[in-house]
Unconditional design. Structure first.
Lengths: 222, 292
């Protein structure tokens, strides 16, 4: 459903809703995977991102997002300079992903302390984004809502247990998607929720013996 | 939100309310948020639009590549043309101003997109200033613009990569024309005609930016898009009607976009981007960019 505020918005630093605002949102989502500004980031640009990214500030927007700047933050313009001062080690590469990958796609590998994650996402236009893969699992995360992604062993009752943790924290589930690589193999769950879950929710889910890892991705749309 | 403008116009006229009120109520219902919250968000968007106009008119900004900037100020301080001192010239200046801010990585409202972000603020704030229209009516006009844009998003596209510039500055012109007609006291039916008149004037418009950057001709196409919106507003307010309904004109834009060769859809493979000068400038400027 198209929202009026998607049409009159977002408020953003120019020049391109797909190459700047969307790129920033992808950086913000990648940042969530390591719970803060990464120590190191490898940013692999595909398609139009690789071809016209520099002129659109795609590089600044992604690293700005990695540092937690939102699409309307004027610091994006100088993000590369700020980043160097912060001592964040980043590297850009041009790459060619699958031929059916969206033209504006980026693969971001982030490391922070012991944590390391790889995320592939695309900027679909008008600032809308879609994360299509995290750590090798196919996902579908838009950042339109707060999202919890997790990998769990394929055990019975796992969804009910997590739903209980969320409802106990007064967090309402908007959507749920479930996939697994094979029967009895790892299950990948994506919960989109209406309220921002606190650290205690994430930690409670991580505390379940059969949950291998869990992340909270913040809402990145306006 | 509505998928056809005809339904929205019929509902607004049956209830005797402006399209803006219908749009706000529908959005509040869709999103489960109070109307006042939606208006607050639109009010904040208007402030950003006004700030971008003011910032761009200073005239000191240059785009990332250096290809554009400084032209908005010329319409304020440069020699008079035949339309000096009119709202027309002021609206052109405002459209260039916002798009120059965008090209320089300043803050704008993507309405409907960043590439077409100059048209709507230029037309609405320019005409509001010329006619002394209170700010709350400009906020209402943004709701009407959002309704029209949502219909375009549903029926056609708001992306230059999908539909060419007719889907960006063209859609913006349709939104601005309809919204301004309501702001100036026109009926919902006149809003529909204004939208159709503006959108028909941009059918077939390609997206052909030099080097693929939102700079040239984008900055100027926002000014010419605003001019088309003004023409549509003047005609619709005078009672001129367009025989093809706005929904069908929007469908036509979508159809032309789907048939448009990929060279004319934001790839810099054709149009002005592929002219000898376009290629030379892109090569020089992008090379500079990489060296910087």
């Amino acid at each position: 459903m198209v929202s009026l505020l998607d049409i009159i918005g977002p408020v953003m630093v120019g020049p391109s809703s797909s190459h700047t605002a969307g790129a920033c949102r992808l950086g913000l989502l990648a940042r969530c995977l390591v719970g803060g500004t990464p120590d190191r980031a490898l940013i692999e640009l595909h398609g139009s991102f690789a071809r016209t990214g520099e002129g659109h500030g795609t590089d600044k927007a992604i690293v700005g997002g990695l540092m937690g700047f939102r699409p309307d933050d004027e610091r994006l313009r100088d993000a590369l300079g700020i980043l160097e001062r912060e001592g964040l080690d980043y590297q850009f590469e041009k790459t060619t992903l699958d031929e059916d990958a969206h033209p504006n796609t980026v693969r971001i590998t982030v490391e922070r302390g012991e944590r390391k994650s790889v995320m592939t996402g695309s900027s679909l236009g008008a600032g809308r984004v879609l994360v299509t893969e995290i750590d090798g699992y196919p996902v579908s995360v838009t950042g339109n809502l707060h999202t919890i992604v997790l990998v769990a062993e394929d055990v019975k009752g796992s969804i009910a247990r997590i739903a209980t943790i969320l409802s106990d924290a007064d967090v309402n589930i908007a959507t749920l998607r479930l996939s697994r690589k094979s029967r009895g193999g790892d299950a990948f769950m994506v919960f989109e929720v209406d309220e921002q879950p606190g650290d205690e929710v994430r930690d409670a889910i991580r505390g379940l013996s059969w949950v291998k890892w869990a992340f909270r991705l913040d809402k990145v749309s306006a | 939100m509505y998928r056809t403008l005809a339904d929205a116009i019929a509902d607004a006229e049956a209830r005797g309310i402006p399209l803006s009120q219908l749009a706000l109520e529908t959005e509040a219902n869709d999103q489960g948020r109070p109307v006042e919250e939606i208006r607050d968000a639109l009010r904040r968007a208007l402030v950003v639009m006004q700030d971008a106009v003011t910032r761009g008119l200073v005239g000191d900004l240059r785009s990332t590549s250096g290809l554009v900037g400084g032209d908005a100020a010329k319409l304020r301080t440069g020699p008079d043309g035949p339309l000096a001192g009119t709202p027309f010239r002021d609206v052109l200046a405002r459209a260039l101003a916002v798009q120059e801010v965008n090209a320089a990585m300043g803050v704008i409202v993507a309405a409907p997109t960043a590439g077409g972000a100059g048209v709507l603020p230029a037309v609405l704030t320019g005409l509001a200033a010329a006619r002394g229209i209170p700010e709350e009516r400009v906020v209402d006009a943004l709701a009407t613009a959002g309704l029209i844009g949502a219909v375009v998003a549903e029926r056609a596209s708001l992306s230059g990569a999908e539909g060419g510039c007719q889907a960006e500055t063209g859609a913006a012109a349709g939104m601005a024309a309809g919204a301004a007609v309501e702001m100036l006291g026109g009926t919902p039916s006149q809003v529909g005609h204004a939208t159709a008149l503006a959108q028909q004037g941009t059918l077939g418009l390609v997206c052909d930016p030099l080097g693929g950057l939102v700079e040239l001709p984008c900055v100027f196409r926002n000014a010419t898009g605003a001019a088309i919106a003004l023409a549509a507003i003047e005609m619709a307010m005078a009672g001129v009607t367009f025989a093809i309904p706005a929904d069908e004109v929007i469908d036509t834009m979508g159809e032309i976009g789907r048939a448009m060769d990929v060279r004319y859809r934001e790839t810099a493979g054709g149009g002005l981007a592929a002219t000898p000068t376009g290629r030379r400038l892109a090569k020089e400027r992008l090379y500079d960019l990489k060296r910087a």
